[in-house]
Design a protein around this ligand. Structure first.
Ligand SMILES: CCCCCCCCCCCCCCCCCCCC(=O)SCCNC(=O)CCNC(=O)[C@H](O)C(C)(C)COP(=O)(O)OP(=O)(O)OC[C@H]1O[C@@H](n2cnc3c(N)ncnc32)[C@H](O)[C@@H]1OP(=O)(O)O
Ligand SMILES: Cc1cc2nc3c(=O)[nH]c(=O)nc-3n(C[C@H](O)[C@H](O)[C@H](O)COP(=O)(O)OP(=O)(O)OC[C@H]3O[C@@H](n4cnc5c(N)ncnc54)[C@H](O)[C@@H]3O)c2cc1C
Length: 660
């Protein structure tokens, strides 16, 4: 029985076509769909018992799933794209993520041709397992502050890897704790007693025979992390070197080379390329944000249509909680954000692929913008997603707190995304630096790409919003101009404040809070713009484009409402115009309402991937919640272990004293 069938009948767009729009193309949809079903129908990938497992069982279970996934990849000859979808739907962080997601890309991006030829075939056949060992106990954000040393010894043509202090211990790398045989280790290069910056080195950590740590290496897991199950399927590790020697050719030498004689040769490649793997991963994290948020929103939307509270008339049914305006005002902006993040990630991927191609041809001019966009959008989307998952939990009331809702585990596994691959505030400060530089160069350099609007700063500073009615906000030009003006005015105002400081670094530190707000406003502008640009494309299917248009306005006007202080303070909007935007937002929520279930069905998630009783496709929530409670191990017996030992004596004592 489909308890949501009436809801599904209300929608006015073609869901199958929306699934394609969400996936990006029919090919991508079919590929994703095939992998989702493959995983959902395979008992090895069962995940409901995960939160009940102890750490050792949990990790072993992950190893079993990873081995099974690898077997499927080989046996079914899956392409790299198919393998990525498979990994997504298996839905369990594993050491293989860092091997494929960071170790291999680090060698691809920073290795010489010779190094790639030697290491990539071994890694791609998984004959070695690698991780990305950058962060230390004492430093994560400040990469230049890393303390591990790689000292060149001209006599033996080797580097000596060493951990000189406790705080230099590598700390956090995923896959390092128990599984990696190798790592790309980031360390201070020392040649002839001089420090030459931080570089990557391929270091073997464990024996390929018996997996024991090699001499001079101390390695282990850093311990249990937030939440049951969740990220504890990953062996984040600690690593120390005691004068471990590696051959000279294991330094990744695309950026700088060290010769046999101990000379440092700089290539034309900028030093920042050493950070290139992070640019790649940040881009993938933006795509993952839309997946995590859409998953939470799918659960909260379906449950909000099933759940009823208050409002019964003459004994009739109570009101579905999705019909409360307050519920809509919390849920629908998240639904719109999931779509917005999906489309901005699509754009970011194309920007990244373009930069990658240029880098391969030694053309580096677009790297700063790629860095600013990946850093800023990673920060913006992961913050909104982490907050959004928690909001979805609250939108599901008490039942959202049950593990069987799927939301606690999703939250626990997701929140480190705000920290890993760059703390979100630190990353926004990078965007701010980029914007301040752009503003300072306006007189002699035409801004391009996502900062092109800064080239129109004079007019953006003068012109105020012309919107006169609520309908007036349904105009891409009016909305984009509002976001451009806000970002440009905030940037210019900050630049003026910065100019008052004699020392720019001192000014940057003092104004950091305002600078982060500027960076956020710039990143929101990118997301809004890319959503409107997506709508310019041919999007087939009855009502699909129209529904996306509604979501685009919901996303933009929700932000405008939330940050109306900025829009008003910069003088671009009047209070009346801000309140017209809010009135329009209410109308838009009414347009989303009949399509809400169809819009989350369009994510095409299987019940296996959602992992949620509240989010079941058929809406059969209460019987399944009731059934699941009886499956809890506590309900194996009526009288629990420990009762006779610890509780009964107390009860007896009370009975005894009652008699007295
Ligand atoms: C068969 C197939 C199977 C397929 C399976 C597929 C599986 C794939 C799975 C993929 C999923 C991957 C899952 C990942 C899970 C997450 C794991 C998390 C891993 C980590 O966390 S790794 C560690 C990350 N660490 C950080 O992010 C540290 C943050 N800090 C920094 O980035 C920098 O240090 C900082 C803060 C940016 C720099 O500070 P500062 O010291 O001021 O800077 P510098 O002096 O060093 O440089 C300034 C200069 O450089 C520019 N810059 C900075 N960063 C970059 C960059 N990344 N790119 C380009 N340029 C950069 C900066 O703008 C400055 O430029 P100027 O022109 O102003 O000088
Ligand atoms: C689950 C998980 C997996 C990880 N996997 C890996 C991995 O595989 N490989 C790896 O190398 N690392 C990994 N990391 C480490 C991760 O990259 C770092 O934790 C991250 O970069 C943040 O650095 P930090 O811990 O030094 O934070 P800190 O920089 O110490 O942050 C602490 C606080 O200080 C603030 N702060 C720091 N600097 C500034 C500044 N300049 N201005 C203003 N505020 C500032 C931050 O905003 C934050 O509030 C992982 C971390 C986690 C949680």
């Amino acid at each position: 029985m489909d308890y949501l069938s009436d809801e599904r009948k209300k929608s006015d767009f073609d869901v199958e076509a929306m699934k394609v729009a969400w996936a990006g193309s029919i090919q991508e949809f079919q590929l994703s769909d095939r992998m989702a079903k493959l995983v959902a129908n395979d008992p090895v990938f069962e995940k409901f018992t995960r939160p009940m497992l102890g750490r050792k069982e949990l990790l072993k279970n992950t190893l079993r799933k990873s081995a099974h996934a690898w077997k499927l990849i080989i046996d079914l000859r899956l392409s790299e794209e198919e393998a990525k979808w498979l990994r997504l739907y298996v839905d369990e962080p594993a050491y293989t993520d860092l091997h494929w997601g960071m170790f291999i890309p680090a060698i691809e991006g920073q290795g010489t041709e010779e190094q790639k030829k030697k290491w990539l075939p071994l890694a791609k056949k998984m004959q070695i397992i690698g991780c990305y060992a950058q962060t230390e106990l004492g430093h994560g954000s400040n990469v230049q502050g890393l303390e591990t040393t790689a000292t060149f010894d001209t006599r033996t043509d080797e580097f000596i890897m060493h951990s000189p202090t406790l705080t230099s211990s590598k700390w956090w790398p995923g896959g390092l704790g128990k599984l990696s045989t190798h790592a790309v280790v980031y360390a201070r290069l020392i040649v002839g007693g001089q420090f030459h910056g931080v570089h990557g080195f391929i270091v073997q950590l464990r024996s390929l025979e018996d997996h024991s740590p090699l001499p001079g290496i101390t390695v282990g897991d850093i311990g249990l992390k937030f939440g049951n199950g969740a990220y504890n399927t990953m062996d984040n590790g600690v690593l120390r070197f005691d004068h471990v020697r590696i051959p000279r050719n294991q330094m990744l030498m695309r950026v700088s080379q060290v010769t046999k004689e101990g000379k440092i040769m700089q290539s034309d490649v900028p030093r920042q390329l050493i950070y290139g793997t992070m640019v790649y991963v940040r881009q993938t994290i933006v795509a993952d944000a839309s997946k995590a948020l859409s998953r939470a929103v799918c659960i909260a939307t379906r449950y909000s249509a099933v759940r009823r509270q208050f409002g019964s008339r003459d004994g009739g049914p109570e009101t579905q909680v999705i019909d409360y305006k307050t519920q809509q005002s919390r849920l629908f902006p998240l639904l719109a954000s999931a779509y917005a993040f999906r489309f901005v990630s699509e754009w970011l991927k194309s920007l990244y692929l373009d930069v990658k191609q240029r880098l391969e041809a030694n053309e580096f001019s677009t790297l700063p913008e790629a860095h600013a966009c990946t850093a800023g959008l990673k920060s913006l989307t992961t913050t909104a997603t982490a907050d959004g998952i928690e909001e979805c939990r609250k939108l599901c009331g008490g039942h959202g707190y049950l593990v069987s809702s799927g939301l606690p585990e999703l939250f626990a596994v997701y929140i480190p995304a705000c920290t890993y691959e760059g703390d979100n505030v630190v990353l926004m400060l990078q965007v701010a630096r980029f914007l301040v530089k752009t503003v300072s160069e306006l007189g002699h350099k035409k801004p391009v790409g996502t900062t092109a609007y800064m080239g129109r700063v004079a007019s953006l500073m003068q012109k105020n919003s012309a919107v006169q009615t609520a309908e007036g906000w349904l105009n891409p030009g009016a909305v984009v101009e509002a976001f451009e003006s806000r970002a440009a005015r905030m940037a210019v105002r900050c630049a003026q404040e910065l100019a008052k400081f004699g020392n720019p670094e001192e000014g940057f530190a003092e104004l950091a809070v305002d600078l982060v707000e500027v960076a956020v406003s710039h990143c929101q502008l990118i997301v809004v713009t890319k959503f409107f640009e997506k709508l310019q494309q041919d999007i087939p299917g009855k009502g699909v484009k129209e529904s996306l248009e509604v979501l685009c306005y919901v996303y933009a006007l929700f932000l405008l409402h939330k940050h109306q202080g900025d829009f008003l303070a910069t003088g671009y909007l009047t209070p009346k115009q801000a309140s017209l935007a809010n009135a329009q937002l209410r109308t838009l929520y009414s347009k989303v309402r009949p399509n809400a279930i169809a819009l989350v069905d369009s994510f095409s998630y299987t019940d296996h991937y959602l992992g949620s009783i509240l989010g079941r496709y058929d809406g059969n929530v209460y019987p399944k919640l009731y059934e699941a409670a009886w499956e809890d191990p506590l309900n194996d017996s009526d009288v629990i272990d420990g009762f006779h030992q610890y509780v009964q004596p107390i009860l007896k004592q009370r009975l005894h004293s009652a008699k007295l």
